[in-house]
Ligand binder design. Structure first.
Ligand SMILES: *[C@@H]1O[C@H](CO)[C@@H](O)[C@H](O)[C@H]1NC(C)=O
Length: 190
């Protein structure tokens, strides 16, 4: 109907790698949309189709290959105007802005998905050298498996911020970040 609108979440949806996540989207006021054409798309992809529903069924062959076998609608919810999308086994490359729409009616809304890695390793601190000039030791801290890129800070035993060298950042083939940084610790530091 003319007054109905498509509503997405106000906040970004956050998911960890390998999780299953629901991208919420629904029609207000609620109405049965089972017979409509509805699309989930990402305009930055080619093809942009993440999931397409047409003539009462999923249209599989136009879909972007990276989503193959990982998306589903809650088919029993369509009659309540709920067009939320379930995305399985989330990947880092799934991060982005999704559009849920009824293309024939020109009605749409957006859902932002933020993906994080919970595979980060505990930071490991090692002795990296001796700074004779300053009468201190050089410590190195390293941690891997991060996404998004983390911030690395050094604190002394009392929780005061120490000024350290620049953080070195490496991005692995899995797109996860490894960060490391060195600090020179003098005797006066606790
Ligand atoms: C839509 O369906 C999903 C899956 O059952 C549910 O989690 C979500 O709360 C529903 N949204 C609305 C607006 O009813």
């Amino acid at each position: 109907t003319a007054e109905s609108q498509v509503v997405g979440p106000h906040q970004p949806v956050v998911a960890f790698v390998d999780d299953d996540v629901i991208l919420p989207c629904h029609v207000e006021p609620a109405e049965d949309v089972t017979a409509e054409i509805l699309e989930w798309t990402r305009s930055d992809l080619n093809p942009r189709f993440v999931h397409v529903w047409r003539s009462g069924q999923d249209l599989v062959n136009t879909r972007n290959p990276s989503y193959r076998g990982r998306t589903s609608l809650f088919i029993n919810e369509l009659k309540h105007g709920n067009i939320s999308l379930k995305l399985s086994r989330v990947k880092l490359s799934d991060e982005g802005t999704y559009e849920c729409s009824f293309p024939l009616m020109g009605k749409k809304s957006f859902v932002k998905l933020v993906v994080a890695s919970d595979a980060a390793t505990s930071p490991v601190i090692s002795l990296s050298g001796i700074d004779k000039n300053r009468g201190g030791v050089v410590l190195q801290c390293e941690s891997a498996g991060w996404y998004p890129e983390p911030e690395l800070l050094w604190l002394d035993g009392e929780g005061n911020l120490l000024s350290a060298g620049p953080t070195e950042t490496l991005r692995g083939p899995d797109d996860l970040y490894t960060v490391s940084s060195r600090v020179t610790v003098e005797k006066r530091h606790s």
